[in-house]
Write a protein that binds this ligand. Structure first.
Ligand code: SF4
Length: 446
């Protein structure tokens, strides 16, 4: 650390996609010689990367800006909420600058304006940047953003108006980033975007190059190439289109993880239409069944919205029945709440808050029941897990299996002989000894 370097504090809020944005901004600032510090008082200026997806996230973002202003005083705001600059300025007129989502250059320029580096601060030692960039996730896993924006117009979502239409990154660029990450010790790549199944559509699946080899900018080819790194590759935000069937053989052969995160959001065709969901006309149960025939070990995760305007008891029952049949492994659920600027706000027949709550509870009860049964069926199985943390006091290692994405899914608790001596970020082979509603318990395999 150089004494003359300017010091930036950074607060990163929101989803994994926002985290990737934060990593890019930090990488850029660090490469220019700024120091990144962990405390408000140590910082010369604080950047807050906000989330504006739902009203609660907005409130949290505004609160974080307030805290940074109080603790430090010099604050630049960026990220999704940055698209609504007037709102931020209304609550916090003291902020120095507001830039929108994906505006890496704009936020870095704002930092230059408000905190220029002294002329002599440039120092080759300060400029040394780890080649994989700065990551906010633990060293052994990393999010890999393959595109920005979205071509859909789901009625409850304002992401397309904030982030624009789909813009895929050429396959060669994504693969280069993945290669750098793996070389730096990453064992698990989490592929993210707003719509992973649409990857490359905007570029007409353009042929790109990676290590001198031609590679198409398309989901299948990308997964095939990512699978060659010998690390876990986990797909998030995939929609149930027919072409997703094509990647099943890559899961079956172990090239990528047998895991799919598909935000179904609902199952009633009428509601899906009101939500304007992609692939709303697909027979999702038939598709899930086919996938499971091809890849029996497949883990399916999804999120749902209950209490959407116009949702009747019949629609909700369709959802519950669908869930019982689909037997999804991992499920999250949100109670619908309006987002400023979303088309769904114009829909009639809002669902009363008590009914929303009651449906949420009935839904989660069913999801929990399914989760418990599916995890219980794993007791006695042997599997490879990735160690996230060691609890030395308890002599327990916290790990994840192929079926658990970090932060959103369950964990595998490794207990007994040798567990405390495991290393964070290492693989371990375990035997499952017990299961609870959402987690597994295991012992190291002899
Ligand atoms: S698919 Fe729908 S919910 Fe997802 S980002 Fe696009 S518009 Fe929003």
């Amino acid at each position: 650390m150089s004494d003359s370097a300017r010091k930036i504090g950074f607060v990163s809020l929101g989803c994994p996609k926002a985290l990737v944005d934060s990593e890019r901004i930090l990488t850029q600032l660090r490469s220019e010689g700024y120091d990144i510090v962990g405390d408000y008082p140590d910082a010369d200026l604080v950047v807050v990367n906000t989330c504006g997806f739902i009203d609660q996230a907005k409130a949290e973002s505004l609160e974080a800006i307030g805290e940074a202003l109080q603790e430090n005083g010099k604050v630049i705001v960026t990220g999704c909420l940055g698209a609504q600059a007037e709102q931020i300025r209304q609550v916090h007129p003291q902020v120095l600058d507001v830039t929108g989502p994906q505006a890496y250059e704009a936020v870095v320029n704002a930092v230059h304006r408000h905190l220029p580096q002294p002329a002599r601060a440039h120092d080759p030692f300060v400029d040394l940047l780890p080649p994989q960039g700065i990551r906010l996730t633990p060293k052994h896993y990393a999010y890999l953003k393959i595109s920005e924006g979205c071509n859909h117009r789901c009625s409850f979502c304002i992401i397309p108006s904030m982030r624009g239409d789909l813009q895929s990154r050429p396959a060669g660029e994504v693969l280069e980033e993945a290669e750098r990450l793996v070389r730096a010790g990453v064992k698990e790549l989490l592929v993210i975007s707003q719509d992973t199944s649409a990857y490359g559509v905007d570029l007409r699946y353009k042929l790109d190059f990676w290590n001198g080899q031609p590679v198409k900018t398309r989901l299948y080819e990308l997964c095939e190439a990512l699978g060659s790194f010998g690390v876990w590759v986990r797909l998030h935000y995939v929609y149930p289109y027919p072409h997703v069937d094509d990647i099943m053989p890559l899961m079956q052969s172990g090239r990528i993880l047998p895991y799919l995160d598909i935000p179904f959001q609902h199952a009633s065709p009428r509601l899906l239409k009101l939500m304007k969901r992609p692939a709303h006309a697909e027979d999702t149960l038939a598709r899930i069944q086919r996938w499971r025939e091809l890849v029996p070990q497949l883990t399916l995760r999804s999120t749902f919205i209950v209490g959407f305007p116009g949702e009747t008891e019949e629609d909700f029952q369709i959802l519950l029945d669908w869930l019982e049949q689909a037997q999804l492994d991992r499920v999250g659920c949100f109670i619908y709440s309006p987002v400023e600027g979303a088309a769904a706000n114009e829909l009639p027949d809002p669902v009363a808050a008590e009914i929303q709550q009651e449906r949420y509870e009935r839904f989660m009860e069913k999801a929990q029941d399914i989760s418990r049964r599916r995890l219980a069926a794993k007791v006695g199985q042997s599997m490879r897990v990735l160690i996230d943390e060691i609890d030395l006091a308890e002599g327990v290692a916290l790990a994840r299996s192929a079926g658990d994405a970090p932060e959103i899914d369950g964990q595998v608790f490794i207990e007994g002989a040798g567990a405390g001596a495991l290393q964070k970020g290492a693989w371990a082979d375990v035997r499952i000894t017990d299961a609870s509603d959402y987690d597994l318990y295991a012992e190291l395999q002899a």
